[in-house]
Design a binder for this molecule. Structure first.
Ligand SMILES: O=C(O)CCCC[C@@H]1SC[C@@H]2NC(=O)N[C@@H]21
Length: 285
């Protein structure tokens, strides 16, 4: 057991996780935990290129070259959070693949809310809570998981042919002095000092499985699957004044009005209404 400060950081147990997640007819066929790797996304991208089928989940205790969105990096001390990637081959029209990272964001935020409200055995992490109390994780378009204005988790989806590798980095027990940037946060900092990460990993994997299956069953239709409605409910960007840093270095200022059927952020700015498919959003007001 590694102990940092006053939080224990027990390891993830591959066999126990596989036993909980792999079932006949289920999405997850292979669940692996490695002690250290450069990037779980890079590892699964290599498997995808080699033709591996969907349903592989790979977690690591320490990531040394973690990749982030828009060319950024993702770093966290060993066993302080979750670094996990999932290999999917969605059988949906290519235009709907943009929903995979949004779906994962909904799954992560929902799992965090559910698992910080109640323990798996029913006990509450927050004494006196009536069950509605939990870490209030929300989404910043497209898929940052925030608590207030601070980032709790990040998601990176990468296309490899017809496969999508989707990676999740979630800060669990990091202390303030361990955060990569002051605008980050962790479950411990937000009042949910969970030391065992296994329930979180199981919860996220099951949420992804359920939502992915529902969405894929209707050819990736975000309306019919209810995904768009769930996304809108959790998305803190809709209705806000935003500054969008677009690829190429330009900026767009306006009000985020909605997320359209293609998963794009619809921004009403001085030059009219514009759907944005990629960029970095800052919540201005
Ligand atoms: O917010 C972001 O920029 C996305 C961060 C994604 C980090 C995760 S950690 C597991 C997976 N492997 C990687 O190399 N990146 C993702």
């Amino acid at each position: 057991m590694t102990r940092y400060g006053d939080l224990e950081r027990p390891p993830l147990h591959e066999a126990a996780l596989a036993h909980a997640l792999v079932r006949p007819g289920g999405l997850w066929r292979s669940v692996r935990v490695v002690e250290e790797t450069g990037s779980t996304n890079a590892d699964l991208a290599e498997l995808a290129r080699a033709g591996e089928d969907e349903g592989v989940l790979l977690a690591t205790e320490l990531q040394t070259s973690g990749r982030g969105r828009l060319g950024r990096t993702w770093t966290a001390p060993a066993r302080s959070g979750l670094a996990v990637s999932m290999l999917l081959r969605p059988d949906v029209p290519a235009g709907r693949l943009a929903w995979v990272p949004l779906l994962t964001g909904v799954a992560v935020a929902s799992a965090v809310r559910r698992l910080t409200g109640f323990g798996e055995s029913g006990e509450r992490f927050f004494p006196g809570a009536d069950g509605d109390e939990h870490v209030p994780a929300v989404l910043k378009w497209p898929n940052d998981v925030l608590v207030g204005d601070r980032k709790l988790a990040g998601i990176l989806a990468e296309r490899v042919g017809d496969a999508v590798v989707v990676g999740v980095g979630l800060n669990v027990s990091l202390r303030e002095d361990e955060l990569p940037v002051p605008s980050a946060t962790s479950l411990a900092i937000e009042g949910a000092p969970l030391s065992d990460r296994a329930p979180l990993l199981r919860g996220i994997a099951r949420e992804v499985e359920g939502r992915y299956r529902e969405w894929a069953a209707v050819s990736g239709d975000p309306e019919m699957s209810g995904l768009r409605a769930d996304y809108r409910e959790l998305c803190a960007t809709i209705g806000r004044e935003v500054r969008v840093e677009l690829p190429g270095g330009t900026e767009l200022l306006g009000t985020a009005e909605d997320v359209d059927l293609d998963g794009r952020l619809v921004v009403a700015g001085a030059d009219g209404v514009r759907p944005v498919s990629a960029g970095d959003v800052v919540h201005v007001r």
